[in-house]
Design a protein around this ligand. Structure first.
Ligand code: TYM
Length: 329
């Protein structure tokens, strides 16, 4: 029997190169080896009160991004979280043994409470419980997670064990983190520090569905400095980042050319960024085209979502029926 893998991404619009190399590209590889559930976490996004139009638009965009990146609706269950309402029922059950103290200690809760002090709602507090429900509803064995989500996975294990203990059953197994480890390519942002991410500002990230003109503008604004003054000088962080991005999207010859220019102090960052922008455009073009095609075909995308929902509901329904039985309904 294939082991089950599950992951969700919040519907924040198009995915960026960091999401692609950090998650999507690896999900695509997992499709053959595992029984995969990949979903758009639209319930989760309600903590920030999106307007209905944006919620719908961004959810569909993420789904289209998934498919454009190579996730195959025939190979995995590719679904929208809110199409599988069983997850809400499991969330309710798990909430009964999730304690205030532990929820308040969550790093992501503390961060969010700081970011949106006027909207510290209970959904934000119980976000890790909903995430645990996502995972446990399909009895996932593995969940690919970055560092910032490890605490949430720990909570899923705690809640699984607590449920078993409370009802004296061996029902839920502990989901484990799936680490891509060495396979992960580092994708820095354009602002000279840290990794690519939308929370650092739109201008810091390049999106899979982004238009060429916008990519050019962003890359040309990427942080650089006045250039090396000595041959073979060590690169400052911001410059290393530009080279790292180039190593991901450009040809090796192109990278060598600019490495050499740097080492001989002849580099012109304007030229390098122009080249990087064109290579980013070439790299993202097939994604952009597929995303646009998928979004243009509304019925087609609906059918993809429906197929995924159907697969996910079979597994979710089974779990909920069993859990209800265990609880005494
Ligand atoms: P988020 O938006 O931080 O990341 C989305 C998903 O990308 C994958 N991922 C990684 N996997 C392995 N190694 C990494 N370094 C790495 N970085 C990102 C993860 O699969 C991650 O889930 N709260 C979640 C969304 C969510 C969810 C879930 C995730 C809701 N329910 C259930 C997993 C399981 C989030 O913000 O993920």
């Amino acid at each position: 029997m294939k082991k089950t893998v599950l992951s969700g991404i919040r519907p924040t619009g198009d995915l960026h190169l960091g999401n692609y190399f950090g998650a999507l590209k690896n999900f695509v590889k997992m499709q053959d080896e595992f029984n995969c559930y990949f979903f758009v976490a639209d319930y989760h996004s309600l903590t920030t009160h999106p307007n209905p139009e944006n919620l719908r638009k961004n959810t569909r965009r993420v789904l289209a991004n998934y498919v454009a990146a190579g996730l195959d609706p025939k190979k995995c269950a590719l679904y929208i979280q809110s199409d599988v309402q069983e997850v809400v029922e499991l969330y309710l059950f798990l909430n009964m043994s999730a304690y205030l103290g532990e929820l308040e200690r969550s790093v992501t809760f503390k961060d969010k409470a700081r970011q949106q002090p006027d909207n510290v709602n209970a959904g934000l507090l119980t976000y890790p419980v909903l995430q645990a429900a996502d995972i446990l509803i399909h009895k996932a064995h593995f969940v690919p997670v970055g560092k910032d989500q490890e605490q949430h996975l720990e909570m899923a294990r705690t809640l699984a064990n607590r449920f078993n203990h409370l009802y004296k059953v061996e029902y839920f197994a502990e989901p484990q983190a799936y680490n891509f480890g060495e396979q992960l390519v580092k994708i820095p942002g354009l602002d000279g520090s840290g990794k690519m991410g939308k929370s650092e500002g739109e201008a810091n990230a390049i999106f899979l569905g982004e238009e060429p003109e916008s990519i050019r503008k962003k890359v040309m604004k990427a942080v650089t400095d006045s250039g090396p003054t000595e041959p073979n000088q060590e690169k400052p962080e911001a410059i290393k980042n530009i080279f790292q991005l180039m190593s991901v999207v450009s040809k090796p010859d192109t990278l060598d050319f600019f490495e050499n220019a740097y080492n001989t102090c002849q580099i012109r960052y304007g030229d390098m960024k122009k080249q990087l922008a064109e290579d980013m455009i070439l790299f993202t073009a097939p994604f952009r085209e597929r995303i646009n095609d998928l979004l243009a075909d509304e019925k087609g995308l609906d059918a993809i979502a429906a197929e995924g929902a159907e697969k996910a509901r079979i597994s979710a329904r089974k779990t909920i029926d069993e859990v209800r039985g265990i609880i005494g309904f």
